[in-house]
Ligand binder design. Structure first.
Ligand code: KE4
Length: 426
């Protein structure tokens, strides 16, 4: 008897390439049939077969409050009842950008868009227009969305089918993207020494979350900031995943590094299509209609998405929000690690605020190569065992995981107990 998930997946493949609207959802890296979710509430989701799961993906980061938070849903309903979209400015957009500039002091100005891809694509075009240079530096294993210049040795979904560079990107465009190893200070110094005056921008995930979670060294971040400043290159922190996820000050606040431009997504939309890019006034004023760098969007700053974002950003400012979120995430990582060690399984886990990485390895990887050396097959077995037990982790060894404010101590303890049973059987 095929499950409804299987029936839906078979049907989906008739008219959607791979049966999914985003590759990483296809379970390509872990195998098996993807879950079709029908409902979410708090820390839980339910699939088409009525099975409940504790959700550690949270739509890949946006659902920091958990699913269907009543205040976010109400804000969306109220905004929708006033009209879905106007293609004209609304006051709510001003509230959002003023709030973003207050919470992210490195940003004097912000442009709202509808996806993280749009945010990073626009930030790169802006950096190229501002500097008059073409070269872009990115780091191996980092994923910044699917605009052409960024699909070179990228992470996330590209790693699920082992092709880190996408087809369809013209070689004479890809040649302007220089890919360096993450956390490699020597390679960084050499690259800027050789071509620093040609570099328009360096874009970085300030905590990498698309090759699994990799934490940058302080020397790496500091050197990147110093070299981009020295050579007149724009430093772009892609905070689409880390923004308001690792702390209220995002990664730039956590590490005390001030980028020139930042991109945000995921949490800022609370699950609705909203993202942003922003930064120093003299750079942002190059964006149309003020300046020569064109950027636009029919649904940019959409009032319903902005309503979800504003409700979310209001709630994450509650006293103790990040202390509680971090404590739950720490409880998960420490609990899983202790369980694995008790049963002699080579495994470790780490977190930064409310995002975490799980590794079937003796130590946390600090580079793309280090992530590739982890035991992916063991992760895949863990993934399916936990899925069967009702705990939904990212369907790829190359993704970070996320805890929400809706996860309770008891939820985390239940997940750790299920993992303990699996580790014991290894
Ligand atoms: P979107 O275009 O998917 O909204 O954002 C692209 C993006 C940009 N920058 C960072 C740091 C990101 O993590 C992302 C998107 N993240 C993936 C998950 N690793 C989205 C999931 C998917 O592709 O379906």
């Amino acid at each position: 008897m095929t499950s409804r998930n299987q029936q839906l997946f078979e049907r989906a493949q008739q008219h959607i390439p791979g049966g999914v609207n985003s590759p990483v959802r296809a379970f390509g890296s872990v195998g098996g049939v993807p879950c079709f979710f029908e409902r979410g509430a708090g820390a839980q989701v339910w699939d088409a077969d009525g099975r409940a799961y504790l959700d550690y993906v949270g739509s890949w980061g946006p659902l920091i409050l958990g699913h269907a938070h009543p205040e976010v849903v109400a804000a969306v309903q109220q905004a929708a009842a006033r009209g879905l979209s106007f293609g004209a400015p609304t006051e709510a957009e001003l509230e959002m950008v003023d709030l973003l500039c207050r919470l992210v002091p490195s940003m004097d100005m912000v442009r709202l868009v509808s996806s993280g891809t749009e945010a990073t694509m626009s930030a790169i075009r802006l950096a190229r227009g501002y500097t008059g240079r073409d070269m872009l530096v990115k780091f191996e294993g980092c994923y910044h969305g699917h605009s052409d210049s960024l699909l070179v040795k990228a992470g996330s979904g590209l790693l699920t089918f082992g092709n880190p560079s996408s087809g369809g990107v013209p070689a004479d465009l890809a040649q302007h993207t220089l890919v360096l190893p993450y956390n490699d200070v020597t390679a960084l110094v050499e690259a800027f020494a050789q071509q620093g005056d040609k570099i328009a921008a360096a874009i970085l995930e300030p905590v990498a979350g698309n090759m699994n979670l990799v934490v940058p060294s302080r020397a790496f971040l500091q050197t990147l900031r110093e070299l981009t400043a020295k050579h007149g290159a724009v430093l772009i922190f892609d905070e689409v995943m880390t923004g308001f996820r690792v702390g209220l000050g995002s990664a730039q606040g956590l590490f005390g590094i001030t980028p020139d431009l930042s991109t945000f997504g995921k949490v800022v939309g609370g699950g609705m299509p909203l993202a942003a890019f922003g930064g120093k006034r003299d750079i942002m004023e190059k964006i149309a209609p003020l300046g020569p760098v064109y950027q636009a969007g029919t649904l940019s700053g959409n009032p319903v998405a902005v309503a979800a974002g504003l409700a979310t950003l209001k709630l994450i400012q509650a006293p103790g929000f990040y202390e509680r979120l971090t404590a739950r995430t720490r409880q998960l990582c420490e609990g899983l690690t202790a369980a694995a060690q008790k049963h002699g399984v080579e495994f470790c886990a780490q977190h930064v605020g409310g995002m975490f990485g799980l590794y079937f390895a003796a130590a946390y990887p600090t580079s793309f190569a280090g992530v590739m050396a982890c035991d992916k097959a063991a992760f895949n077995r863990f993934f399916h065992a936990m899925l069967a037990a009702g705990h939904y982790f990212a369907p790829s060894a190359f993704e970070a995981g996320f805890v929400s404010a809706a996860h309770t101590e008891a939820d985390i303890a239940a997940t750790v107990a299920a993992a303990d049973a699996w580790f014991a059987a290894q």
